[in-house]
Design a protein around this ligand. Sequence first.
Ligand SMILES: [Zn+2]
Length: 255
Amino acid sequence: MRPYILAETNWKAIKDQQVDIAILPWGATEAHNYHLPYGTDNMEAEAVAAEAARMAWEAGTRVMVLPVIPFGVNTGQADITLDINLNPSTQLAILGDIVEVLNRQGIHKLLVLNSHGGNDFKPMLRQLGLRYPDMFLLTTNWFLAADRRQFFDSPGDHADEMETSIMLHLRSDLVLPLSEAGAGREYKSRLTGIREGWAWSERLWSQVSDDTGIGDPAAATAEKGKAFFEATTQKIANLLTELAGVDNKNRYRRE
Ligand SMILES: [Zn+2]
């Protein structure tokens, strides 16, 4: 039983336990090429949150990992079977209720640990920050914390070498042989601005990829996944430990 994982601990422990920072892992339920499970983003979010929280806890930081929210924004995958979409407005309602609880109970720091590219919590945290000025609200996309180019030969952005390597490290029992995976080829937009990255439109997933993957998973290994996982969780643990030391009313350095 880990005292920093809410789903595992109990009221006997919690009623007198100081909690300075809540961590909310937020994933998605969606196809990940042919070879990774639908729960990939949720398993990654839970594992990253738990390991970062363990390191922060052992450094003396009073953190608590909330249960993962298993559905994300999948507006671009409407025709992919059993990709479950939560609209951004629904996410705001859920997040708002959770922040209200934390604020009322005096837990005034929240890190939303995002595990899915379709989720975008920044506008929600802007809006909730106005409503709850005592809260220090943060979000991170864990998959961007470490520089994936230092760990992988051909990083993509969905069920790619990175994500496949992480899952080989965490849950190899749920990964099909890589011979079963598609190539994860991404078809590029006809619009120059979108290809260059300065214009944006929702990707229509069944047109942008043949196999729902974006990025070739062929070079994935558990060893690469372990190295990236360790680098990522160390950075997030450091974020938590720094956050614990910051006064919510004095967040900026003057020197
Ligand atoms: Zn994913």
